[in-house]
Design a protein around this ligand. Structure first.
Ligand code: FES
Length: 486
């Protein structure tokens, strides 16, 4: 009987990123069937994995969580109803396997009786053959082969993953993610950077309606919004009120930059992080009842005490209520002066947004070059983290051309490079001859036609870079620019 495991779960079992497995599939060193890997194939392709030791897996996970400043992975158990349903499913699997084993035991006993019966009147030759068959059976039943012990360890590990999390595929976009702990489908999607449609996030507006195509879900929060009977029969649920019991496929719209409406909310200042006299980060917290929907790379308008300004968001949409905005210290910008002077933790700032269409092309599997000029690092940081949470690109190279503020988050970029084998960080000092620097970067990519380039800086820097990269072979349509000077 074959035992198939989804590719995303295989990635977790072997402690490898999904793109590394996709590369193995492309090169023919890992066989899949409809996005699933057969247990024997898994054991064959990863002979070196110690299935009963997850120390390395834990180490990589810890580095990643630290590097991406994500919340510490909640070890919270799933919601009670979901946990009970998952345990019931596991119990059913166990009962079915046990019943099958009993059946095989009965068949063997029957076979043994049959052999004895035939043996009574058998010739010496048949008697000898029957004796060999019986000895073969007894020998093989007594010895448990090493592969069986390995298979048992993999299945045990996979079962624990299945109790703690469920795999979700969104159609038609094809996004995939896991729902962990007691998260709803909506919370898990947002944590993983998947921008599903939603409004209130607490069961009132109905904007998060989606259809379950396969798999089982459970209502984990009561909701005031009333689903029509016809909707219920068609499998429609509210993503903010349901959690998956097992692996599910859900039909839901993923929003692009143009689909997200401009929202207004009041957020609390968590902290002001002054990197140096030229630039600071403002960390704000959206209210629990009104989070800000945005995509990596977009901007917001902030207001405080009559002062306002528009700035790039530097956080990932996957960071729940936390929003980071990076603010260059310009003398003609009163809001920026407040950030460097009077603004304190606990103050309230008005937030309006998101604005702009500088966002990831989530349908593109191409390798990516990120190019940040000075404080253009802010939207690039947001895009990089968003791309990491979506596990989109085959490889990501970050080039950061510094201005007088320097590489003010150098350590963070180095931590990303340490944690991910498909991420490179290439800092560049302020350049007297920017054209020569850009030409040198472009020349390092003889296959530039394969890449997507996301760049953020002033309009003049971006135009200079676009010309250089297109001349070196980049497709015009694969150039994405986020101008930071209005
Ligand atoms: S987001 Fe409003 S009901 Fe789910």
């Amino acid at each position: 009987m074959s035992h198939l495991i989804p590719l995303s779960r295989v990635a977790r079992l072997v402690g490898q990123p999904r793109h590394a497995l996709q590369e193995m599939i492309r090169s023919g060193s890992l066989a899949t069937f409809d996005g699933m890997v057969e247990l024997d194939e898994l054991l064959r392709a990863f002979p070196e994995v110690k299935w009963d030791d997850d120390a390395e897996f834990r180490r990589v996970t810890e580095i990643k969580e630290k590097a991406f400043a994500k919340r510490v992975l909640e070890r919270a158990l799933p919601d009670k109803a979901v946990l009970a349903a998952r345990l019931t499913e596991l119990g059913d699997d166990y009962a079915a396997a046990k019943a099958l084993l009993m059946h095989y035991g009965n068949v063997l006993a029957w076979l043994d009786e049959k052999i004895e019966e035939i043996d009574e009147d058998a010739s010496a030759e048949t008697h000898h053959a029957l004796h060999s068959v019986r000895a073969f059976l007894l020998r093989n039943l007594a010895e448990v082969p090493a592969e069986a012990a390995q298979a048992q360890a993999v299945i045990a590990k996979e079962r624990i993953l299945k109790i703690m999390s469920a795999h979700v595929t969104i159609l038609p976009s094809g996004h995939e993610f896991f729902v962990e702990g007691n998260d709803t489908l909506l919370e898990a999607a947002l944590r993983n950077g998947v921008s599903l449609n939603y409004g209130c996030s607490n069961g009132n507006c109905g904007e998060c309606k989606a259809r379950v195509v396969s798999g089982e879900v459970k209502k984990v929060h009561a909701h005031d919004y009333v689903l029509k009977d016809a909707d219920k029969e068609a499998g429609v649920i509210l993503l903010c009120a349901y959690a998956p019991v097992n692996d599910v496929v859900v039909e839901a719209n993923v929003a692009g930059a143009r689909d997200i409406p401009v929202q207004k909310l009041a957020a609390k200042v968590k902290s002001v992080e002054v990197f140096n006299p030229h630039i600071a980060a403002l960390h704000i917290l959206a209210p629990r009842s009104q989070r800000l929907r945005y995509l990596g790379g977009q901007s917001v308008e902030l207001a405080f005490d009559g002062m306002r300004g528009r700035y790039a968001i530097a956080s990932c949409p996957c960071e729940d209520r936390h929003i980071e905005v990076q603010i260059p210290h310009r003398t003609d910008d009163a809001f920026a002066s407040a950030v460097f002077g009077t603004l304190r933790a606990g103050d309230t700032v008005g937030v309006e947004g998101p604005f702009g269409e500088f966002a990831l092309d989530e349908d593109s599997p191409r390798p990516v070059i990120f190019l940040a000029f000075g404080a253009g690092f802010a939207p690039i940081k947001s895009l990089v983290q968003h791309a990491m949470s979506l596990e989109l690109a085959e490889s990501m190279d970050l080039h950061w051309v510094a201005d007088e503020a320097g590489h003010y988050q150098d350590n963070l970029c180095r931590a990303w490079a340490d944690a991910l084998d498909n991420f490179s960080y290439l800092p560049h000092a302020p350049a007297a001859d920017l054209d020569a620097l850009l030409g040198g970067i472009a020349q390092d990519y003889p296959d530039l036609h394969r890449f997507d380039v996301y760049a953020a800086g002033t309009g003049a820097q971006l135009e200079q870079a676009r010309r250089r990269f297109v001349d070196a072979g980049l497709h015009e349509a694969r150039w994405f620019a986020g101008a930071q000077d209005g």
